[in-house]
Design a protein around this ligand. Structure first.
Ligand code: PEP
Length: 253
């Protein structure tokens, strides 16, 4: 059975004092959680603090981006090996904000995914369509293209070491969530696309939904057959809300 995962994406939010409270609250609430893994993806400067405050906790953590390069003359870039030194298990790759604001192409995202895999990190590969693409009826085409870029670069077997997050761009930070049926349809398409290469990798692949998930809509989304948890932005900054979402994802609830 696929494990459940709920990962928070803090984006460019937080400060030392507020992180201390948030991480303390998440740590305490996660101690009683069963049947779901809870993770937080924090800004780079807070990885040390996160590592200190979550040591020994039932919470894992990760970065929000990674360099496609190794060590060397790449000013401003943070390598996968550096993330590992701070105890990261995960790293977000190809978040729609990286693709749209920072201009990351499918090829760059695929190179970042490869760098994460080679270092032993678990990339959370984000894919998803814009509103315009959904309205044009090309959602599955776009998501398959984003996925194929990674599979053709690294091979399908690498997905056994990865997580995929379906995040419709129109649902991120907008308060507009995909319906459980809309999300399930794309999740099934992603699993089907991977199964066309390797059915066993597809069967074990955790596919998260992201886009305005809240405690109030989480249970319906997580009840869908191909939804294995969530990638949570805004709601991950509020411990009670985030932990309620984690509880909604727990198997056996
Ligand atoms: C995200 O940033 O990945 C995200 C899903 O954000 P939100 O939950 O705020 O829509």
């Amino acid at each position: 059975m696929r494990g459940r995962l709920v990962a928070g994406n803090w984006k460019s939010n937080g400060n030392l004092a507020s992180n201390q409270r948030l991480l303390g609250d998440v740590r305490a609430a996660a101690a009683g959680l069963r049947g779901v893994e809870c993770a937080v993806c924090v800004p780079y400067p807070y990885l040390f603090q996160t590592q200190q405050l979550l040591a020994g906790a039932a919470v894992t953590w990760g970065g929000q981006d990674v360099s496609q390069f190794g060590a060397g003359a790449f000013t401003g870039a943070v390598t996968a090996v550096m993330l590992l030194e701070f105890g990261c298990r995960y790293v977000l790759v190809g978040h729609s904000e990286r693709r749209s604001i920072f201009g990351e192409s499918d090829a760059v995202v695929a190179a970042k995914f490869e760098a994460a895999i080679k270092a032993g990190l678990t990339p959370i590969l984000c894919v998803g369509e814009t509103l315009q693409e959904r309205e044009a009826g090309v959602t599955e085409k776009v998501v398959s293209r984003q996925l194929d870029a990674v599979i053709s670069n690294t091979g399908v077997a690498a997905l056994a070491q990865a997580v995929v997050a379906y995040e419709p761009v129109w649902a991120i930070g907008t308060g507009r969530t995909a319906t459980p049926e809309q999300a399930q349809a794309v999740h099934a398409c992603i699993r089907g696309a991977v199964a066309a290469h390797d059915a066993s990798v597809a069967g074990g692949l955790r596919i998260l939904y992201g886009g305005s998930v809240k405690a109030a809509n989480a249970a319906q989304l997580f009840a869908m057959r191909d939804i294995d948890g969530g990638l949570i932005g805004g709601a991950s900054l509020v411990a009670d809300e985030f932990m309620a979402i984690c509880r909604a994802a727990a198997r056996g609830q």
